[in-house]
Design a protein around this ligand. Structure first.
Ligand SMILES: Nc1nc2c(ncn2[C@@H]2O[C@H](COP(=O)(O)OP(=O)(O)OP(=O)(O)O)[C@@H](O)[C@H]2O)c(=O)[nH]1
Ligand SMILES: [Mg+2]
Length: 233
């Protein structure tokens, strides 16, 4: 997929402040410092679009970026950041949960995990939460440049073994390195497929030939435009 434009839209402290739901959204979530903002910049092809920092808990608001005027990347605050104003972090965690559970145009969650770490309790709990809430997601193991390929593969295998019992079909797994420009095309491919699935779903009913009465749109069951039941990736 070619990215022709990537524009910062707005920052929202809670669901009510989020922009309208007219565009499909792809959200990045994971522990503080896992590389969410860096991956967003890698996909957008624009360093500095989302702000990156070595300080955990840097992204504190829900940040929206419109890509190609047609869909959005959403940078979420990380979980597991205990410092700072307690009240604020609690509110942001709740805001993220509301966003993930209630945002009708959320197409897919990219759940990020550090490829240099063995399975972490907090990440396992979060993936379990995603599964329990039937949210569509893929796993992305980040920062692959920091460890040997063998270590990365061992950590991925251990994580997949830990979650295996929760799914009939395990979630799709990707790797990336924002530092080495790795994983961009694969992840953009996932987004392109999800967008195609939405467009196919939204194809208007063709007019019937002759005098045959057109099927009433009202009679059709309302189809939710979230492709979460289809899992096109
Ligand atoms: N070596 C390496 N460092 C990375 C990579 N991705 C991110 N980093 C570094 O990790 C740190 C955190 O990156 P961010 O993208 O800000 O992480 P985040 O998940 O958005 O963090 P919060 O907003 O604090 O939750 C920064 O110092 C980045 O430069 C990567 O692929 N490889
Ligand atoms: Mg960030």
């Amino acid at each position: 997929m070619h990215i022709s434009s990537a524009i910062f839209d707005c920052s929202a402290p809670d669901l009510a402040a989020c922009p309208d739901e007219s565009l499909p959204e792809f959200a990045f979530i994971g522990r503080s410092n896992v590389g969410k903002s860096s991956l967003l910049n890698l996909l957008a092809g624009q360093a500095g679009l989302a702000r990156v920092s070595p300080t955990p808990g840097f992204t504190k608001l829900i940040n929206f970026f419109t890509i190609n005027h047609r869909w959005r990347l959403v940078d979420l605050p990380g979980y597991g950041f205990a410092e700072g104003a307690k009240k604020d972090s609690a509110r942001f965690n709740q805001a993220v949960a509301h966003y993930l559970k209630r945002r009708a145009n959320l197409c897919l969650v990219f759940a990020l995990l550090d490829s240099g770490l063995t399975p972490q309790e907090m990440d396992l709990a979060f993936v379990e939460w995603l599964a329990r809430n039937a949210l569509p997601f893929v796993l992305v193991f980040t920062k692959t440049d920091k460890e040997t390929p063998a270590t990365v593969q061992a950590n991925i295998a251990a994580f997949m073994a830990a979650i295996a019992g929760w799914f009939e079909q395990p979630p799709a797994v990707f790797t990336c390195s924002a530092a080495q420009d790795q994983g961009r095309q694969e992840l953009l491919g996932v987004i392109a497929e999800a967008i195609s699935a939405i467009q196919a779903d939204a194809t208007p009913i063709a007019e019937p030939p002759g005098n045959v009465p057109a099927p009433s749109r009202k009679a059709q069951p309302a189809k939710k435009k979230r492709p979460d039941r289809q899992r096109p990736w």
